[in-house]
Design a protein around this ligand. Structure first.
Ligand SMILES: Cc1ncc(COP(=O)(O)O)c(C=O)c1O
Length: 423
């Protein structure tokens, strides 16, 4: 339970005023940030500023405007690199380790279809976890099918933990690629990536991390994570939709062939062949979303200015309060750890005997937004034994407050009464 001081900290949100959609809809309770975050005005302004003041096709022109558009992307790369600790020994950001894609799904597909397709042979293992979002599962299913490799699953114990014993048992000498989510988008639990990465490397496998639910909420530092590749999306961290990131160790990205081809991703082309441009251009075929990258840079500036550590601390308090309040309802079961401190952003739950779609639709009548469904993690939902294949999920971001969660609880009371009268 939160103490009085902690409750006072989350009583109201000092951030909502920065978010036009939240500020203009004071009655809205947005508890679906794991699906996509809201964007502050500074991000919307940046998107517009790009088109109003520096719009030209980046990388292609030698005139000032095009050079500015190119610089806008490069600046954004550096901001992203700094944000995840991709810096050199002098602390300078390594922008060339940041590949811009459309989203985390595309980043993970890129890895599967370039690294996976190149190195996997029949009988090799690709190891993922049972908690994966479909975006870190289907690409590996497909690549295993194409190469004859086996897809092996790390499973959780009863405490929703992937233990070192499980890791040692499943990641063996046949493992060539291990790809695991840092934070589950359903259970909200954080996996011990450094431990899993150490085992992967001991066995000579590459370590890929799906950071879609971790980079927005935790201070992720690629120097400490121990992975080779990390994927995430701007839209879950206050940036625009349509921008994803793939960070990689330079030697790993260098060794990977391109994914999509065409446009400025080449050094030279003949009638029969092409020589690739260096990373990151090698992976960025066609015209890039320069305005989106620039606006993503503005999102990172915003998170840094507000103090990311303070935002993370606030989110942890909100997640604890959310878990405690849900667990206290006699007709609700939290799906995942009972300890709110283990939830990074998301809490899945079941309202006894009421379909999650009904729960979400009735809450919506009171302007409370939550997610209902399989959360793009059907194997996990099956593993959890959820027979109807669907759960409710509420997820918080730093701009939420205690009142949002209290409104959710009041809404759930109403849902319960709609189905059960006053019993
Ligand atoms: C854990 C996880 N991985 C990957 C994704 C895919 O992200 P995107 O839809 O931005 O590609 C999501 C989206 O919810 C996610 O939660």
């Amino acid at each position: 339970m939160l103490n009085n001081e902690e409750l006072a900290e989350i009583e109201q949100s000092p951030y909502k005023a920065d978010f036009p959609l939240l500020a203009q809809n004071p009655d809205l309770v947005f508890l679906d940030s794991a699906a996509t975050a809201q964007r502050p005005g500074v991000v919307l302004d940046a998107q517009r500023r790009f088109y109003e003041t520096m719009n030209a096709n980046p990388l292609r022109g030698l005139y000032r405007l095009s050079v500015e558009a190119t610089a806008a992307i490069d600046d954004a790369r550096k901001k992203v690199a700094s944000f995840i600790g991709a810096v050199d020994e002098a602390g300078n950001p390594c922008g060339n380790q940041i590949v811009f894609t459309r989203n985390a799904s595309e980043s993970l597909n890129l890895v599967a279809w370039t690294l996976g397709r190149t190195i996997l042979k029949p009988g090799d293992d690709v190891v993922i976890s049972i908690m994966e979002h479909h975006s870190n599962l289907i690409p590996w299913q497909q690549v295993c099918r194409a190469t004859g490799a086996n897809l092996v699953y790390l499973r959780m114990n009863d405490d929703y933990t992937i233990t070192p014993e499980e890791v040692a048992a499943k990641i063996g000498p046949k493992a060539k690629i291990v790809s695991v989510t840092q934070v589950s988008n359903v259970l909200g639990v954080e996996n011990d990536i450094p431990m899993i990465a150490a085992r992967a490397h001991e066995m000579g496998a590459y370590m890929v991390v799906d950071g879609a639910q971790s980079v927005p909420h935790l201070r992720v530092d690629v120097r400490k994570l121990g992975c080779d590749l990390l994927a995430f999306s701007a839209h879950k961290m206050c940036g625009p939709m349509g921008i994803g990131v793939l960070w990689g160790k330079p030697e790993v990205l260098d060794a990977m062939p391109p994914f999509l081809t065409g446009g400025e991703m080449i050094d030279s082309v003949t009638e029969t062949d092409a020589v690739w441009a260096p990373v990151p251009q090698k992976f960025e075929a066609g015209t890039q979303d320069a305005a989106g990258s620039y606006a993503f840079g503005a999102a990172i500036d915003y998170l840094n200015e507000k103090g990311f550590d303070a935002l993370e601390k606030r989110e942890r308090l909100l997640a604890r309060y959310l878990t405690d309040q849900l667990a206290a309802l006699p007709y609700v079961t939290v799906i995942g750890p009972a300890d709110g401190a283990r939830h990074v952003g998301s809490v899945a739950f079941d309202v006894h005997g009421i379909h999650p779609h009904d729960v979400a639709s009735i809450l919506d009548m009171d302007n409370v937004c939550i997610r209902a469904g399989h959360h793009c993690a059907q194997p996990l939902i099956n593993e959890l034994g959820v027979e109807i294949g669907s759960t409710c999920r509420a997820s918080v971001a730093f701009y939420n407050d205690k009142q949002d969660i209290d409104r959710l609880v009041a809404g759930l009371d109403k849902v319960w009464k709609v189905f059960n009268g006053n019993n």
